[in-house]
Write a protein that binds this ligand. Sequence first.
Ligand SMILES: NC(=O)c1ccc[n+]([C@@H]2O[C@H](COP(=O)([O-])OP(=O)(O)OC[C@H]3O[C@@H](n4cnc5c(N)ncnc54)[C@H](OP(=O)(O)O)[C@@H]3O)[C@@H](O)[C@H]2O)c1
Length: 352
Amino acid sequence: MSQDQGRHYSQLAFIKDHMFASFSAPKVDLTGRTVLVTGGNTGLGYAAVLHFARSNASRIIITSRSLQRAQAAAEQVHKDVPSYRGIVDVMRLDLASWSSTIAFCKALNSDPGRLDIIVANAGVKTDTYQQTADGYEGALQINGLATALMCLLCLPKLGETAGMEVPAGSKGMKPTLTIVASDVHHWAKFPQANAPGSLIEALNDPDQFISFDERYNVSKLLSIYNAREIAKLPAVTSGKVLVNSVGPGMVVSALRDGMGPFTAWLINAMSWSAEKGTRNFLWAATQPTAPGAYVTHCKETPPSLFIVSAKGKKTQEKYWRECLAIFRQLGGRGAGQGALDIDDRERHAFRW
Ligand SMILES: NC(=O)c1ccc[n+]([C@@H]2O[C@H](COP(=O)([O-])OP(=O)(O)OC[C@H]3O[C@@H](n4cnc5c(N)ncnc54)[C@H](OP(=O)(O)O)[C@@H]3O)[C@@H](O)[C@H]2O)c1
């Protein structure tokens, strides 16, 4: 599917599709493969981990902000999939903190093993405007900027894996980065795209924070931007690594906890199970897709008309330029804990 194809998708069409959609999880054998699922300890992340365990991934790495929560989930995997014989490892990652994000990437990159799949799933739906300790609005940093940084810094590891021997069961499968987005990106109003100055400063401005729904929708649009920009990097254009974004559909989840009890109940009543929604994650992470493609209902699907419009593409480029400027500044912070040797990483991640 062309990167230029978009579609208008109304909320009514979404609900109709949702009620009647039927698709199955792809049958794949991931023996010998290693899969990372950020936020894999609960919700959609954990449901995706179970799909990877049922597909025999030899090693699954789960992240959480709490090693204890990640460890509890890791133990649960073997109970929920008793036939699973692989290893589940845990790592700490807090995307609300640059230093935690960078420390995580350093640890992951120094792991001698292979890394075949990253599902960048961890995300939030904030219910008020709140800044992280790094000074960014929460959903902007967690769902947008820090996920972009994490993906960039871990991309070389996928590239290295592309050069490793291919496990017998899954020949032809390329290392893949799948970034979890959402169909709600279709309904982002995104007035900050008209900001004459910095886009990220406009998104970070409390006076321009419209509502938590709107902020979430924009943050998921940024997830698609992240995938489309990473798809322009040589690791992907060389054909070694696949990059896509995925919408799981509307899925029962703790993300609704910030809503009123009636709205949360109503939305959860209409939602798919986490098992069904995350068939999309397994599909996106294991099937061939065009660079930067958006996947939902287990197929490549056009994203919003805004994303593929001239304005949407210019906004994407502006967003990305500003992201890289922030990441370079992080690299300039010296050799303190969590500091990033951005020049070295740039060689590998940005131009590699
Ligand atoms: N549910 C839906 O209908 C739906 C629809 C479309 C897209 N999505 C997307 O699916 C993903 C998972 O959502 P979910 O519904 O499963 O939500 P969830 O149950 O609230 O899980 C969120 C996950 O993200 C982790 N997380 C939260 N804040 C974090 C941070 N600062 N740094 C690192 N990890 C953090 C959480 O782990 P800890 O709290 O243990 O750190 C948890 O594992 C999100 O990206 C969401 O936008 C969901």
